[in-house]
Design a protein around this ligand. Structure first.
Ligand code: MN
Length: 503
């Protein structure tokens, strides 16, 4: 599977009114078209921006918002008030709009032309107050939205706008996402549970249960040709340990792993699933816990969560869609073990097997080792380190009355040793602001041990995402202070009781 965004659009709406006469309105339209052209050409916005004719009356605004809401390919709208656009005209349109909104607060003209500026210029370039009138209406209606401020030709503004469109892409994908759970949650585990009905109402994605026998049915139909082709691909892409090469004493384990990958792929493709979970306790006839299969499916854009973790599976998928075309990679992750030294403490993130090779530093090795749990055959997995550099960990938990998204900014570092006996992919990171504060805050927030780890997505994306979904966001970064963090949790507790489902 490849993530395809070619058909997706963001509509660009320019607000005005009839007060200024034909000549000014023609200029407004021409400027807006030039702006859309410039933004599309900037290379910063991954989705096609589509110019819409200037909206000047309540009915034009309502019609455009209605059309945007109904259009399958429209993932969001950008609004800009080149001139003044009295905002009571927007009430009906905004009240029926179902797509994310980014309020672009910019001005067509950059610097004031000191020697020639006159009232005509002032009346054309008046977004400084036109956008404030619009902003009031959005706030008065309690509408969650993104505000991006800056001249439209500045790279910083274009990047912010581009990042927001990426989040809108992820949001759009969730609206149709089907998550397949192969088996149930790991028994007695709490944080991977949650309200699947509420999740579908809030985020759009559906979660339904299947059995390993549904995957087995596909495994039984694998052709020798497909199997051999996949084994060759493993040989080309990864460094196989000697025992896994043709004639090696563990070769049959690799063959079984390849069959599981083909079976899983077939099952996911047939059902139109773009995310899935499995559980080592519910493997049925599957000979191994899917290791290399889950890893490679993630690398192809599928969401994945271990031990039935459907929330993380959906989030892995959403972040992968947001990051399409960006460098860095995104993976399912788990805070696994700590490295405490007198000077500093680090987290080693990993999982039993299922870390996505999109975050690999160099060519992974492919190995087979015992798993120790689940009572199945020794599974094949890809083993690698991940590059140093900034990343985030994001966790979605169900608080009973709301979903909470927790984000921790981290700095991945090079492991201090070679880890020759560790048979799983891993990342070592320095949690911001320091492990003591980060882990205290994370645990107070109820953040899960499972996360989405991304080198491509930043906190700002997650902030935009939380606004689109109307959910709580708690950020742990270099500014985090535990006493303030507790106050934020308490304030949010009250806020989300008072304003259920604000979106
Ligand atoms: Mn786990």
């Amino acid at each position: 599977m490849k993530i395809d965004i070619a058909a997706k659009e963001v509509w660009f709406l320019t607000g005005s009114q009839h007060l200024y006469g034909e000549e000014t309105l023609n200029q407004v339209a021409a400027n807006a078209q030039e702006m859309v052209k410039g933004l599309n050409a900037s290379g910063q916005v991954p989705v096609k921006l589509v110019y819409k004719p200037t909206v000047k009356t309540p009915s034009e605004i309502t019609d455009t918002c209605q059309a945007a809401s109904a259009d399958k390919n429209c993932i969001g709208i950008i609004t800009w008030m080149h001139t003044f656009s009295p905002a009571k005209m927007w009430i009906k349109g905004l009240s029926i709009l179902t797509k994310p909104l980014c309020h672009l607060h910019t001005q067509f003209n950059a610097a004031v032309p000191w020697n020639t500026i006159d009232m005509d210029f002032m009346n054309l370039n008046q977004s400084a107050h036109g956008d404030r009138e619009f902003g009031f209406m959005m706030s008065r209606m309690r509408k969650k939205r993104k505000v991006v401020v800056g001249h439209w030709q500045s790279e910083r503004m274009q990047q912010k706008l581009g990042n927001w469109t990426r989040v809108a892409l992820g949001w759009d994908d969730l609206q149709n996402l089907k998550v397949a759970r192969i088996g149930d949650n790991m028994r007695e585990v709490a944080v991977t549970e949650g309200d699947k009905v509420e999740a579908q109402m809030r985020f759009g994605f559906s979660v339904n249960g299947y059995d390993s026998s549904d995957v087995m049915a596909h495994i039984h139909n694998i052709s020798d040709q497909d199997l051999n082709h996949l084994l060759r691909e493993y040989e080309e892409m990864y460094t196989l340990s000697a025992s896994l090469k043709e004639g090696g004493n563990q070769r049959s384990s690799l063959v079984d792993a390849a069959k599981i990958e083909l079976g899983l792929r077939g099952f996911l493709e047939e059902g139109g699933f773009h995310a899935f979970t499995d559980t080592f306790e519910n493997l049925g006839e599957l000979k191994q816990l899917p290791g290399i299969a889950a890893q490679r499916l993630m690398a192809d854009g599928y969401g994945f969560g271990g031990e039935g973790d459907w929330k993380t599976a959906a989030m892995v998928r959403a972040l992968k869609v947001m990051a399409v075309g960006l460098e860095g990679g995104t993976s399912f992750m788990e805070d696994y073990t700590y490295h405490f030294t007198p000077e500093k403490a680090y987290v080693m993130g990993s999982h039993m097997l299922e870390i996505c090779p999109s975050i690999a530093d160099g060519r992974p090795t492919c190995e087979v080792h015992p798993l120790g749990i689940g009572g199945k055959q020794d599974p094949a997995r890809l083993v690698f380190n991940s590059p140093a550099g900034p990343a985030i960990n994001a966790s979605l938990v169900d608080m009973g009355n709301r979903f909470r998204l927790i984000v921790n900014e981290v700095e991945a570092v090079k492991p201090m040793g070679d880890l020759p006996k560790l048979p799983v992919a891993r990342v070592l990171w320095d949690a911001k602001p320091d492990l003591e504060t980060a882990a205290t805050a994370w645990i107070l927030a109820g953040g899960a041990h499972h996360t989405v780890y991304s080198r491509a997505i930043t906190t700002e994306f997650m902030e935009d995402f939380a606004d689109m979904a109307g959910i709580e966001l708690l950020v742990i970064d270099k500014a985090t202070n535990i006493r303030n963090f507790k106050d934020t949790i308490n304030a949010n507790e009250a806020y989300f009781q008072l304003f259920q489902h604000g979106r």
